[in-house]
Design a protein around this ligand. Structure first.
Ligand code: IMP
Ligand code: MG
Length: 215
Protein backbone atom coordinates (compact mmCIF):
# COMPACT_ATOMS: atom_id res chain seq x y z
CA UNK A 1 0.00 0.00 0.00
CA UNK A 2 1.28 3.44 -0.96
CA UNK A 3 2.09 5.74 1.94
CA UNK A 4 0.86 9.33 1.84
CA UNK A 5 0.56 12.48 3.87
CA UNK A 6 -2.96 12.68 5.24
CA UNK A 7 -4.79 16.00 5.40
CA UNK A 8 -7.53 15.40 8.00
CA UNK A 9 -11.22 16.23 7.45
CA UNK A 10 -11.09 18.77 10.26
CA UNK A 11 -7.88 20.37 8.97
CA UNK A 12 -8.29 24.10 9.52
CA UNK A 13 -5.82 25.07 6.80
CA UNK A 14 -4.21 28.49 6.70
CA UNK A 15 -5.60 32.00 6.35
CA UNK A 16 -5.15 33.36 2.82
CA UNK A 17 -3.52 36.56 3.94
CA UNK A 18 -0.57 34.64 5.41
CA UNK A 19 0.44 33.66 1.86
CA UNK A 20 0.85 35.30 -1.56
CA UNK A 21 -2.35 34.69 -3.52
CA UNK A 22 -3.14 36.51 -6.79
CA UNK A 23 -5.39 39.50 -6.13
CA UNK A 24 -7.93 38.26 -8.71
CA UNK A 25 -8.63 35.14 -6.61
CA UNK A 26 -8.66 36.67 -3.13
CA UNK A 27 -12.44 36.50 -2.73
CA UNK A 28 -12.80 33.05 -4.27
CA UNK A 29 -10.94 30.89 -1.78
CA UNK A 30 -11.85 29.50 1.62
CA UNK A 31 -8.33 28.72 2.87
CA UNK A 32 -4.92 27.39 1.87
CA UNK A 33 -4.94 23.67 2.54
CA UNK A 34 -1.54 22.62 1.12
CA UNK A 35 1.07 25.38 0.82
CA UNK A 36 3.39 25.24 -2.21
CA UNK A 37 6.46 24.49 -0.07
CA UNK A 38 4.87 21.38 1.40
CA UNK A 39 3.89 20.16 -2.08
CA UNK A 40 7.53 20.52 -3.13
CA UNK A 41 8.90 18.69 -0.08
CA UNK A 42 6.53 15.76 -0.54
CA UNK A 43 7.28 15.67 -4.30
CA UNK A 44 11.01 15.45 -3.61
CA UNK A 45 10.43 12.29 -1.55
CA UNK A 46 8.15 10.78 -4.23
CA UNK A 47 10.98 11.26 -6.76
CA UNK A 48 13.31 9.26 -4.52
CA UNK A 49 10.76 6.44 -4.08
CA UNK A 50 10.10 6.27 -7.84
CA UNK A 51 13.79 6.12 -8.77
CA UNK A 52 14.37 3.44 -6.13
CA UNK A 53 11.59 1.26 -7.58
CA UNK A 54 11.78 2.02 -11.32
CA UNK A 55 15.32 3.33 -11.77
CA UNK A 56 16.77 0.20 -13.37
CA UNK A 57 15.24 0.83 -16.81
CA UNK A 58 14.65 3.52 -19.45
CA UNK A 59 11.83 5.65 -18.00
CA UNK A 60 9.13 7.30 -20.10
CA UNK A 61 7.50 9.84 -17.76
CA UNK A 62 3.93 10.42 -18.87
CA UNK A 63 2.22 13.70 -17.97
CA UNK A 64 -1.57 13.69 -17.78
CA UNK A 65 -2.67 17.19 -18.86
CA UNK A 66 -3.79 19.68 -17.95
CA UNK A 67 -4.02 19.28 -14.16
CA UNK A 68 -0.82 17.24 -13.88
CA UNK A 69 1.54 19.70 -15.55
CA UNK A 70 2.95 21.41 -12.44
CA UNK A 71 3.37 18.15 -10.53
CA UNK A 72 4.99 16.55 -13.59
CA UNK A 73 7.47 19.43 -14.09
CA UNK A 74 8.49 19.58 -10.42
CA UNK A 75 8.67 15.80 -9.95
CA UNK A 76 10.81 15.54 -13.06
CA UNK A 77 13.20 18.19 -11.77
CA UNK A 78 13.71 16.13 -8.61
CA UNK A 79 14.16 12.92 -10.63
CA UNK A 80 16.70 14.71 -12.87
CA UNK A 81 18.60 15.92 -9.79
CA UNK A 82 18.85 12.33 -8.51
CA UNK A 83 19.90 11.14 -11.97
CA UNK A 84 22.70 13.66 -12.34
CA UNK A 85 24.08 13.39 -8.81
CA UNK A 86 24.53 9.65 -8.37
CA UNK A 87 26.75 6.96 -9.85
CA UNK A 88 23.78 5.15 -11.36
CA UNK A 89 21.52 6.98 -13.82
CA UNK A 90 18.80 6.02 -16.28
CA UNK A 91 17.69 7.55 -19.60
CA UNK A 92 14.53 9.57 -19.17
CA UNK A 93 12.14 10.64 -21.92
CA UNK A 94 8.78 12.37 -21.62
CA UNK A 95 5.35 12.12 -23.19
CA UNK A 96 1.99 13.81 -22.77
CA UNK A 97 -1.66 12.85 -22.88
CA UNK A 98 -4.74 14.96 -22.20
CA UNK A 99 -7.92 13.86 -20.43
CA UNK A 100 -11.12 15.71 -19.67
CA UNK A 101 -13.90 14.42 -17.43
CA UNK A 102 -15.05 17.38 -15.35
CA UNK A 103 -17.55 20.22 -15.71
CA UNK A 104 -18.03 22.77 -12.89
CA UNK A 105 -17.32 20.80 -9.71
CA UNK A 106 -18.77 17.49 -10.92
CA UNK A 107 -17.26 14.47 -12.60
CA UNK A 108 -19.11 13.67 -15.85
CA UNK A 109 -19.71 10.09 -16.91
CA UNK A 110 -17.63 10.49 -20.09
CA UNK A 111 -13.83 10.51 -19.97
CA UNK A 112 -12.38 12.12 -23.12
CA UNK A 113 -8.77 11.13 -23.88
CA UNK A 114 -6.69 13.09 -26.41
CA UNK A 115 -3.24 12.20 -27.79
CA UNK A 116 -3.36 8.48 -27.00
CA UNK A 117 -2.58 7.50 -30.61
CA UNK A 118 0.98 8.82 -30.19
CA UNK A 119 1.95 6.73 -27.20
CA UNK A 120 3.94 4.06 -29.04
CA UNK A 121 7.00 5.41 -27.12
CA UNK A 122 5.75 3.44 -24.10
CA UNK A 123 6.27 0.02 -25.72
CA UNK A 124 8.71 -2.04 -23.64
CA UNK A 125 9.46 0.89 -21.29
CA UNK A 126 8.66 1.58 -17.63
CA UNK A 127 6.34 4.50 -17.24
CA UNK A 128 5.38 6.54 -14.18
CA UNK A 129 2.10 8.27 -15.08
CA UNK A 130 1.80 11.63 -13.33
CA UNK A 131 -1.67 12.74 -12.42
CA UNK A 132 -3.27 15.56 -10.40
CA UNK A 133 -6.12 14.07 -8.36
CA UNK A 134 -8.01 10.79 -8.08
CA UNK A 135 -11.63 11.18 -7.02
CA UNK A 136 -13.90 8.36 -8.30
CA UNK A 137 -10.90 6.74 -10.01
CA UNK A 138 -12.77 6.51 -13.32
CA UNK A 139 -10.40 8.76 -15.31
CA UNK A 140 -7.32 6.81 -14.29
CA UNK A 141 -8.96 3.42 -14.83
CA UNK A 142 -9.99 4.47 -18.37
CA UNK A 143 -6.49 5.73 -19.07
CA UNK A 144 -4.82 2.58 -17.73
CA UNK A 145 -6.81 0.33 -20.02
CA UNK A 146 -5.76 2.49 -23.01
CA UNK A 147 -2.11 2.49 -21.94
CA UNK A 148 -2.03 -1.28 -21.62
CA UNK A 149 -2.65 -1.47 -25.39
CA UNK A 150 0.77 0.18 -25.92
CA UNK A 151 2.46 -2.83 -24.25
CA UNK A 152 4.63 -1.01 -21.71
CA UNK A 153 6.98 -3.10 -19.54
CA UNK A 154 5.56 -1.49 -16.38
CA UNK A 155 3.13 1.34 -15.62
CA UNK A 156 2.90 2.96 -12.17
CA UNK A 157 0.46 5.73 -11.36
CA UNK A 158 1.76 8.67 -9.32
CA UNK A 159 -1.04 10.94 -8.15
CA UNK A 160 -0.33 14.11 -6.22
CA UNK A 161 -3.72 13.88 -4.48
CA UNK A 162 -6.34 11.26 -3.64
CA UNK A 163 -9.72 12.45 -2.37
CA UNK A 164 -11.41 10.63 0.54
CA UNK A 165 -14.89 10.31 -0.85
CA UNK A 166 -17.79 7.84 -0.84
CA UNK A 167 -17.78 8.25 -4.66
CA UNK A 168 -14.46 6.36 -4.88
CA UNK A 169 -14.47 3.16 -6.94
CA UNK A 170 -11.79 1.80 -4.61
CA UNK A 171 -9.01 2.46 -7.13
CA UNK A 172 -5.70 3.51 -5.47
CA UNK A 173 -2.61 4.81 -7.32
CA UNK A 174 0.83 3.25 -6.77
CA UNK A 175 2.28 6.49 -5.33
CA UNK A 176 0.29 9.17 -3.52
CA UNK A 177 1.38 12.61 -2.40
CA UNK A 178 -1.50 13.57 -0.11
CA UNK A 179 -4.89 12.15 0.85
CA UNK A 180 -7.34 15.06 1.04
CA UNK A 181 -10.86 15.74 2.38
CA UNK A 182 -13.92 15.60 0.13
CA UNK A 183 -13.89 19.28 -0.95
CA UNK A 184 -13.30 20.99 -4.29
CA UNK A 185 -9.61 21.95 -4.48
CA UNK A 186 -7.85 24.34 -6.85
CA UNK A 187 -4.33 25.60 -7.49
CA UNK A 188 -0.98 24.08 -8.47
CA UNK A 189 -2.59 23.41 -11.92
CA UNK A 190 -5.88 22.04 -10.53
CA UNK A 191 -8.69 24.07 -12.06
CA UNK A 192 -12.34 25.00 -11.78
CA UNK A 193 -13.50 25.50 -15.39
CA UNK A 194 -9.90 26.41 -16.37
CA UNK A 195 -9.45 29.05 -13.63
CA UNK A 196 -7.01 28.78 -10.70
CA UNK A 197 -4.23 26.89 -12.50
CA UNK A 198 -2.20 30.09 -11.95
CA UNK A 199 -2.29 29.74 -8.15
CA UNK A 200 0.74 28.22 -6.39
CA UNK A 201 -0.91 26.77 -3.29
CA UNK A 202 -3.66 24.15 -3.14
CA UNK A 203 -6.75 25.86 -1.76
CA UNK A 204 -10.42 25.11 -1.04
CA UNK A 205 -12.76 26.94 -3.41
CA UNK A 206 -15.68 28.80 -1.79
CA UNK A 207 -19.35 28.42 -2.82
CA UNK A 208 -19.54 31.96 -4.17
CA UNK A 209 -16.71 31.24 -6.63
CA UNK A 210 -18.43 28.06 -7.85
CA UNK A 211 -21.31 30.32 -8.97
CA UNK A 212 -19.04 33.06 -10.31
CA UNK A 213 -17.06 30.75 -12.64
CA UNK A 214 -19.88 28.33 -13.49
CA UNK A 215 -20.40 27.41 -17.17
P1 IMP B 1 -12.12 10.92 -11.25
O1 IMP B 1 -12.22 10.34 -12.62
O2 IMP B 1 -13.46 11.03 -10.60
O3 IMP B 1 -11.12 10.21 -10.39
O4 IMP B 1 -11.68 12.43 -11.40
C1 IMP B 1 -10.37 12.82 -11.64
C2 IMP B 1 -10.33 14.12 -12.38
O5 IMP B 1 -11.36 15.00 -11.92
C3 IMP B 1 -9.04 14.88 -12.13
O6 IMP B 1 -8.09 14.65 -13.15
C4 IMP B 1 -9.48 16.34 -12.14
O7 IMP B 1 -9.44 16.86 -13.46
C5 IMP B 1 -10.90 16.31 -11.70
N1 IMP B 1 -11.08 16.62 -10.26
C6 IMP B 1 -11.56 15.81 -9.30
N2 IMP B 1 -11.62 16.42 -8.10
C7 IMP B 1 -11.13 17.66 -8.31
C8 IMP B 1 -10.91 18.81 -7.44
O8 IMP B 1 -11.15 18.81 -6.22
N3 IMP B 1 -10.39 19.91 -8.05
C9 IMP B 1 -10.08 19.97 -9.37
N4 IMP B 1 -10.27 18.94 -10.20
C10 IMP B 1 -10.79 17.79 -9.68
MG1 MG C 1 -10.07 19.92 -14.43
Amino acid sequence: MASYLQIADDEKGHELDLFCVPRHYENDLEKVIIPHGLIMDRTERLARDIIQDMGGHHIVALCVLKGGYKFFADLLDYIKALNQNSDKSVPLTVDFIRVKSYCNDKSTSSVQVMGEDELSSLAGKVSPVMFDIVETGRTMQTLLSLLSECKPKMVKVVSLLVKRTPKSSGYRPDYIGFEVPDAFLVGYALDYNEYFRDLSHICILNEQAKEKYKV
